[in-house]
Structure formats: C-alpha cells, structure tokens
Design a binder for this molecule. Structure first.
Ligand code: NAP
Length: 296
C-alpha cells in the first residue's frame, strides 16, 4: 500500500513543498506520495483526523493553521509547545504528534545562506503569527541584543513580546546571561526611519508580498526606511524576489529569501517522517527548478 504525507493549509496553490519533498522521497525510492491537502477552516478538524487512516504517515502545516492545529493533536513536543506553533505532524501508532521545524529551518538558513551571526545584534521582526514565533525564539536562543516585534494586530505583537521576555529571563531556559531587550511596536512605526535606523536584521514574517494571497505585490516597508548594510530576510519565497527584497536591494541592504528556510525546515520534517537524512541538495535543486521554471 502506498503511504501518504501532505501539506495542510489555505491557500496552498503557491506551495512548492509537494515538489521538493517528493524529490527527496523518490531519491530513497520510498513508496510515499506527498500531496497538497488544501483545507478551508471548517474542514481542519476532519483533515487532521484523516491522518489517523492507515495509509497516512503525517503532514506539514502552514498558513493559517500552525497555531490552531495544536489542540487537535494527541501530543506536542517541548519546542513546539514553547513556540506555540506546529508545522509538522507525525503519526506514531494511532497518535498524532506535533513538532516545529521552522525554528531549525530559520537558524540554518540564517547561518548557511545568510552568513549572519545574530549574537549581540539588533533585530526587527514584522508579524506575530506562527512563523514569527519560531523566528523570535530562534533569535532569543542566539542571544540577540534587542528584538522589536511589529504586527498589524498590536495585541498579538505584545503577547509574543511577553512570552519571549519570560523565556529570555527564565533561569531554567538554559540561555546564557545576556538578556535580550524585547519590545512590541504598533504597525504605524513601520513608516518611521527611526524604527530601523540602528538595526542589523529585519525579517518579514507576514504574508505581505506572497503570491496568490490578497497581499500579492505589496511590501511591508518603504525603501526609505530600509537601512543600508542591514540584512533583510523575507520568509515569503514566492515570488522571487519579493517586493520587499527588491526594495531592500535598491536601498543597499543584503537580502535573504525564504527558500533556504523552507528547504531546511522541510529537511527536518522529512527526517521526522522517514527517519532518514534528507537529501538537501536534491531538495534545493528541485525547489529552484519549480520556482524559476529553469531545469538545472
Ligand atoms: P500566520 O500564522 O497566519 O500569520 C500571518 C501573519 O501575517 C500575521 O502576523 C498577520 O498579522 C500578518 N498579516 C496577514 N495579512 C496581513 C496584512 N494584510 N497586512 C499586514 N500583516 C498581515 O502565518 P505564518 O505561518 O506565520 O506565515 C507567515 C508568512 O511566512 C507566510 O507568508 C508564510 O508562507 C511564510 N513562511 C515561510 C516559511 C519558510 O520556510 N520560508 C516558513 C513559515 C512561514 P495579524 O496578526 O494582524 O493577522
């Protein structure tokens, strides 16, 4: 019997995960199909429950369900619980276990592709959803100097800032003595140069600019506020480059797209489902081929 793993989200027409995950499964000649399971909110419960069927081994979870999926699972691992977001589900026996591989994916991408060491740096995060949470925890773990969180819904930015502050000051978290200064700012502060004037790293964790979304073609930042020499990272990977990254380039900033994070988080999910090391090079090649339409 062929087995199945899939992507749960809405909308997911833009997603390239099915292509590069299938390339990795085929590399090992596994009889597993990776499918796109587009799910409207009213169906989420049923889609997750269907994972218990014998042919299914797990799933990835994406926008907008990384947080709402938690109560539907039997168990959530410590890191995913801390972050409050799940992007990978693994079926073990008839139990559904939740994990978060976004934190690992972001850290690997920043290090291996962005060549950026966050320790002691000043950082601004745009967004406060599931991805922003993983990015925020990753950066606090790396002892950044300061972290400013700006989100359209200010309350969510405040809640994330509070939970990162508790984590950073909790002696049992295992963090070193450097404490990150963490603050939430309202969405309007995106328009002010002052918000970004001393910052080394800006990460867009909103859906702005994402292809096939209502925010397609939009950048969260104006060119004038982007500091020359900073690294601007956009978690949105389709289109390439995103409107934000085009402006960042013009402003003289360094840029990092969302593709490396996508592949590294996917590689960690692959290992959770199959127990095998993911063929990362094959995944990158396939992902770039699908995004650019150019066969390498
Ligand atoms: P999410 O939990 O649904 O959060 C969405 C975020 O976008 C929230 O902060 C939301 O603000 C904001 N937002 C939505 N519409 C907006 C608008 N019109 N104007 C301003 N802000 C808006 O989604 P997520 O899982 O965090 O994902 C966020 C983005 O990161 C998506 O584009 C996703 O594809 C990308 N991502 C990429 C990777 C990767 O590997 N490259 C991994 C994870 C996520 P409110 O709180 O105000 O609604």
């Amino acid at each position: 019997m062929s087995r199945h793993v899939g992507l749960i989200g809405y909308p997911i027409k833009h997603s390239i995960s099915p292509y590069f995950q299938q390339a990795a499964l085929d590399y090992y000649q596994l009889d597993i199909r990776y499918e796109a399971w587009e799910t409207v909110p009213a169906q989420l419960h049923d889609t997750v429950n269907d994972l218990r069927k014998p042919q299914n081994i797990g799933a990835n979870v994406t926008v907008p369900y990384k947080e709402t999926v938690l109560p539907l699972l039997d168990e959530v691992d410590e890191l995913a619980n801390l972050i409050g977001a799940v992007n990978t589900i693994v079926k073990k026996g008839d139990r559904l276990l939740g994990f978060n591989s976004d934190l690992y994916g972001f850290s690997e991408a920043l290090d291996k592709e962005g060549h950026f060491d966050p320790e002691g740096k000043r950082v601004v995060i745009l967004g406060a959803g599931g991805a922003a949470k993983a990015v925020g925890f990753a950066l606090v773990q790396k002892n950044v100097n300061s972290l400013v969180i700006i989100n359209r819904t200010f309350r969510r930015a405040q809640i994330l800032a509070d939970s990162l502050t508790s984590y950073s000051t909790d002696s049992s978290s295992g963090l070193e003595t450097i404490k990150t200064k963490i603050a939430a700012l309202p969405w309007e502060s995106l328009d002010s140069q002052e918000t970004f004037s001393h910052c080394h790293l800006i990460i867009n964790c909103t859906t702005m600019g994402m292809k096939h979304s209502p925010q397609e073609g939009q950048s969260p930042l104006r060119l004038e506020v982007i500091p020359r020499g900073a690294l601007v990272c956009d978690l949105v990977y389709n289109p390439w480059p995103t409107p934000l990254l085009e402006l960042a380039r013009k402003a003289g900033a360094d840029i990092l797209g969302g593709l490396p994070m996508l592949v590294y988080q996917g590689a960690a999910s692959f290992k959770l489902w199959t127990g095998k090391e993911a063929p990362v090079d094959i995944m990158f090649t396939k992902a770039k081929e699908i995004l650019t339409g150019v066969k390498r």
